[in-house]
Write a protein that binds this ligand. Structure first.
Ligand code: GDP
Length: 480
């Protein structure tokens, strides 16, 4: 109880300008209405249209969610097998829990937006620990896929080769053709990194109109595929009304959908109050090294320091000792480092302990955990990872690692345009060490390069001004 002081009890704008629905139980999910207590409101205003679509989604979810009459009726189609030729009053999108936590957060947002665009109800597979990490986002009815869902034990075995996949159905020319083949009761959408050209047809208008008729879509992805939804012409108008500012998609959807459970909120609050609340400025540094060797590496440390100095995020050291700056004028910069290894923050802390700074600023370096390696199935491990992404989102300036969805989540929730550390080649620090991101949006790592109309390959990063190639991955796509 003492973790949540009284002064914080009624933060202003707790509904985030109308993004959040009022009236949900506060005690069971403190983070939902307290997300602005550390001064982190939304970076932009959500459009009235987005707000109204969220409220109508909530109504749909309430009418069609688990164990409602409509749900039970649509479930019969799935149980009874093949054909679903008469339309259902509710259609569903089942999200399969897959991959690391950062990836899962991005795919939850992607699936939710796709559900809104196609008037489907999003149901979430719990995986190892989804209910342990995230509050229920919608009023009255759960978003969790019921445990007695008929094909639950099949969910994990769906893969690129599954005959029920959209791609494989397309290859066998089995539905959506003019000969009027039956509409299956469910289709598996394989949108993971190893998907092939047939799976990628998902991003074509023609396919979307066929998929519309399928009552159950079951999706497995580890990618933030929203940038490619912006290239589907039938979604274009709706998307531009929802998001007049196109680089705010994940910011709004993430802040709407993803609220840490009380146990994770406790980790966030205690850490923030102990190590971040009193800082004059908070700098986040997210270090993710994609290397089989655990590190820490000198070239990565050099790169971080080079970036922080060049971009004026951290001060230079003072050459003359001792520096005499009156105590009361001293500013404290708190550096929050997240990494699987403790080596980087130790080295930065050491550097600012051994010498004073040229500006007289006091540099405090903190790192919440150093878990060593990725442990996707462990509860406390994932709680810490979620808490750390959230804590990074509460910083004023953020440095992230290339290719990391962990960093994308932090920047998106916080509404921050990060400085991205370029990916080192051959274990040497790149020059320049980092660059400022064009937008706070995540990068879609495995986009299709196909022109559905003309049936030829095309550079999908050059079609419209708001979908571009990413800073950190030349073939990726992001909204700007
Ligand atoms: P990505 O692999 O960087 O795109 O991010 P993911 O979150 O999808 O997967 C990485 C996983 O490794 C995380 O979910 C955590 O389990 C773990 N991990 C990586 N970096 C950190 C870190 O800085 N702190 C913590 N606590 N866990 C991390």
């Amino acid at each position: 109880e003492n973790d949540f002081p009284n002064a914080y009890e009624d933060p202003k704008d707790k509904l985030l300008g109308g993004l959040l629905p009022p009236g949900l139980d506060e005690k069971s999910c403190l983070s939902r209405y307290q997300s602005t207590i550390y001064g982190r409101g939304l970076s932009h205003q959500p459009s009235p249209y987005l707000i109204s679509r969220l409220r109508s989604y909530e109504t749909l979810h309430k009418r069609c969610g688990p164990y409602t009459e409509s749900y039970n009726r649509t479930l019969v189609k799935l149980k009874s097998g093949q054909e679903a030729n008469d339309p259902s009053d509710c259609n569903y999108l089942v999200w399969i829990s897959y991959s690391g936590l950062g990836n899962r957060i991005l795919t939850l947002a992607s699936a939710f937006l796709y559900a809104i665009l196609t008037s489907r109800v999003l149901l979430v597979d719990r995986g190892a620990d989804i209910p342990d990490l995230f509050c229920e986002p919608f009023p009255d009815v759960s978003w969790l896929l019921p445990l007695d869902f008929p094909i639950t034990n099949q969910l994990n075995s769906f893969d690129q080769r599954s005959p029920e996949s959209h791609g494989n159905i397309m290859k066998n020319n089995n539905f959506g053709n003019s000969s009027g083949s039956a509409i299956p009761s469910f289709v598996y959408l394989h949108l993971a990194h190893d998907y092939d050209d047939s799976d990628k047809l998902f991003f074509c208008d023609q396919e979307q109109s066929v998929l519309q008729k399928v009552p159950w879509l079951i999706m497995k992805t580890d990618n933030y595929f929203i940038p490619s939804l912006f290239l589907i012409s039938s979604f274009e108008q709706e998307l531009s009304q929802l998001f007049p500012e196109k680089d705010t998609v994940f910011h709004f959807l993430g802040r709407y959908l993803l609220h840490p459970t009380n146990s994770v909120w406790g980790l966030i609050n205690r850490y923030y109050q102990a190590y971040m609340a009193r800082a004059d400025e908070k700098i986040g540094i997210q270090v993710r090294v994609f290397d089989s060797d655990p590190g820490p590496f000198q070239h990565v440390l050099d790169q971080i320091l080079d970036c922080a100095l060049k971009e004026d995020l951290l001060p230079n050291l003072n050459q003359e000792e001792p520096s005499i700056i009156p105590f009361r004028n001293r500013k404290t910069k708190t550096v929050l480092v997240t990494s699987l290894s403790s080596g980087y923050s130790e080295a930065i802390r050491d550097k600012y302990w051994k010498s004073s700074t040229s500006t007289g600023e006091v540099i405090a370096v903190h790192q919440p955990s150093h878990e060593g390696y990725q442990q996707t199935e462990k509860h406390m491990h994932n709680r810490k990872a979620w808490a750390e992404m959230y804590l990074l989102s509460l910083t004023d300036k953020l440095v992230t690692s290339s290719w990391s969805t962990f960093g994308y989540v932090a920047q998106g929730l916080g509404g921050l345009k990060p400085w991205i550390l370029d990916k080192p080649e051959n274990r040497t620090a790149p020059n320049p060490p980092c660059r400022r991101a064009m937008s706070m949006e995540p990068c879609f790592h495995a986009p299709p390069f196909y022109d559905c109309k003309n049936k030829v390959g095309t550079d999908t990063g050059a079609l419209v001004p708001h979908v571009r190639h990413c800073e950190d991955m030349s073939w990726g796509l992001k909204l700007v």
